[in-house]
Ligand binder design. Structure first.
Ligand code: TRP
Length: 454
C-alpha cells in the first residue's frame, strides 16, 4: 500500500484513487438505510411529509455535518478518539469517541439481522423461488422466517463473518476495491425496477403517497424520524466519515465529495421509494407495515416480472453487497480506534469487533421470536438498538461534531480543509459554517426535546 503516514506510532493507510474515495463514501452511505429503512420510515410517517422534511435535513444538517466530519478526519488522519485528542486538550470532546464506538456496535447489532434477511431471501430466490405475489402469503412467509429465531440469527452471524473477511483484508484491497466494482451496478439495477414499478396499476397512488406532502402530518415525531433517517443514511454522527477521511489524501476536495455523496445517497433513497410505493398499493400492502415492508413487497414485484427469479437473485445480491459496504464502514470506527489507540493488530481488532457484533446480532435476531418478551424501555432488543442509535446517538454525535467544528476549531483549519483540492467559493464555506454553528445544533436540540417527549 503506498502513501502510509505515521500517526501515534501506527501507520494510517490511504485510499489510492479519487474514484475510490467516492466509491467508499457512497458505499458507506448507500445501504439498507436507503432501500430498507427509508421506505419503511417514510411509510410509517406519512410519505410526502416525511420526504420533504428529510430533504431539508439533508441539505441544512446532513451536508454540513459530513463536511465537519471530513475536516476533522483529514486534518488529523486519525480515528474518532485520536482525532479529538489531537485537536483539543479538553477531554469533553472525547465523548464523541465513546458515542461513535457504542453507536457503531449498536447499529451492527441490528443491521446485521436485516442483512441476514437479505441473505435468506437470496437463498430462497436461488433455490426455491416461489413466484408468490399474494400479500397474505408473503406476510406469513416473512413471519415464519423472522420469528424462527435461530435461522435469522445464523444468517446474521454469517453476514458478520463475511464482513470480517473484507475488513481483515484492509482498507485499500478490501474496502476500496469492493466498493468500486459494486456500487454502480446497484444503481443501474434499481433504475430498471423503478421503470417496472412506474408501469403498475398502483403507480399513481404510490407516487402521490411518496411525493405529495400533507403538511398537517409534519409532527415532532415525524421530524425526529426524518432527522434520524438523514443521519443514518449519510452514516453521520458516529465518526464514520472521520474514520474514512483519515484515509484521504490532502488533494481530495471535501465539499465536492460530501455533496456527491449526499446527492447519490438521496437519489438512491428516492429510487427505492419509487420502486416500493407503487407496488405497495398495487398489491394491497400497508405503507406503515414497518421493518417488514420491503421484504413483503419486493418478492411480489419479482413474481410478476418476466425472468423474475433472476431479477430477484440480482436484487438481493446487490442489496447484500450494499449492506456490506456499509457495515464495513461502521466496523472501521472501533477497529481504527483499537489499532491506532490501543496498539492492537488489525487482525485482533477486527476479530474483537466481529465477536461483539455477533453477540448483539444474535440477541436482536432472537428478539423477533423466542426472545420477544425481553424489552428495554418497551422496545424489543432490535427496536431498542435501532432507536438508541438512529434517534439518539447519531443526532447527539452530530450535534457535538458540528458545535466543535463551528465554534471550537480554528477557522483557518476549516478554510484550509474545505478549500484544498479545488477552490470553493467563500459563500459556500460561510454557509457551511453557519449551518454548523446555528442550524444543526439548534435544530437537533429542538427536535430532540420535542420528539422525545412528544
Ligand atoms: N448509511 C448506511 C446506510 O444507509 C448505514 C451506516 C453505515 C451508518 N455507517 C454508518 C449509519 C454509521 C450510521 C453511522 O445503510
Amino acid at each position: 500500500m503506498k502513501n502510509k503516514v505515521k500517526i501515534s506510532g501506527t501507520s494510517v493507510p490511504r485510499f489510492a484513487t479519487r474514484m475510490g474515495v467516492i466509491a467508499v463514501t457512497v458505499g458507506s452511505a448507500v445501504g439498507l438505510g436507503n432501500i430498507w429503512r427509508f421506505p419503511y420510515e417514510a411509510g410509517v410517517h406519512g410519505g410526502g411529509a416525511f420526504l420533504l422534511v428529510y430533504l431539508v435535513f439533508i441539505a441544512v444538517m446532513g451536508i454540513p455535518v459530513v463536511c465537519a466530519e471530513m475536516i476533522i478526519g483529514r486534518k488529523t488522519h486519525s480515528n474518532v478518539h485520536g482525532a479529538f485528542a489531537a485537536l483539543s486538550h479538553q477531554r469533553f470532546w472525547r465523548v464523541t469517541g465513546v458515542i461513535g464506538i457504542t453507536g457503531a456496535l449498536a447499529i451492527l447489532g441490528f443491521y446485521s439481522v436485516v442483512a441476514g434477511w437479505t441473505l435468506e431471501y437470496l437463498r430462497q430466490s436461488l433455490t426455491s423461488f416461489s413466484g408468490i405475489h399474494s400479500q397474505s402469503l408473503l406476510h406469513a412467509r416473512f413471519d415464519a422466517f423472522a420469528t424462527n429465531g435461530w435461522l435469522p440469527a445464523a444468517w446474521a452471524v454469517m453476514f458478520l463473518a463475511l464482513n470480517h473477511i473484507v475488513l481483515a483484508r484492509g482498507v485499500q484491497k478490501g474496502i476500496e476495491r469492493m466498493s468500486n466494482l459494486l456500487m454502480p451496478m446497484l444503481f443501474v439495477i434499481m433504475l430498471v425496477f423503478c421503470v417496472n414499478s412506474l408501469m403498475m396499476p398502483g403507480m399513481k397512488e404510490g407516487l402521490t403517497f411518496l411525493f405529495k406532502p400533507d403538511f398537517s402530518q409534519i409532527t415532532p415525531s415525524v421530524c425526529l424520524g426524518a432527522m434520524g433517517q438523514a443521519f443514518f443514511s449519510l452514516s453521520l454522527g458516529l465518526g464514520t466519515m472521520i474514520t474514512y477521511s483519515a484515509y484521504f489524501n490532502d488533494g481530495v476536495p471535501l465539499v465536492r465529495t460530501a455533496s456527491v455523496t449526499a446527492v447519490l445517497d438521496t437519489l438512491t433513497a428516492i429510487l427505492a421509494g419509487i420502486m416500493i410505493f407503487p407496488a405497495v398499493f398495487t398489491y394491497g400492502e400497508q405503507p406503515a407495515a414497518g421493518p417488514r415492508l420491503v421484504f413483503e413487497v419486493l418478492p411480489a414485484i419479482f413474481a410478476d416480472m418476466t425472468g423474475g427469479q433472476w431479477w430477484s437473485v440480482a436484487f438481493f445480491l446487490l442489496l447484500f453487497i450494499a449492506s456490506l459496504t456499509s457495515t464495513v464502514s461502521m466496523s472501521e470506527i472501533p477497529i481504527a480506534y483499537l489499532v491506532q489507540q490501543r496498539g492492537m493488530s488489525r487482525r485482533g481488532a477486527t476479530l474483537t469487533v466481529t465477536l461483539i457484533s455477533m453477540a448483539l446480532g444474535v440477541v436482536s435476531a432472537m428478539s423477533f421470536g423466542p426472545w420477544s418478551d425481553f424489552t428495554i424501555c418497551g422496545l424489543t432488543f432490535f427496536n431498542f438498538l435501532d432507536f438508541l442509535s438512529s434517534n439518539i446517538l447519531l443526532p447527539l454525535g452530530g450535534m457535538i461534531i458540528s458545535v466543535f467544528v463551528g465554534w471550537v476549531l480554528d477557522r483557518a483549519v476549516v478554510n484550509e480543509q474545505l478549500g484544498s483540492g479545488r477552490q470553493v467559493p467563500r459563500r459556500i464555506v460561510s454557509a457551511i459554517v453557519f449551518c454548523l454553528r446555528w442550524v444543526a445544533p439548534a435544530g437537533i436540540a429542538i427536535i430532540f426535546i420535542t420528539g422525545l417527549i412528544g
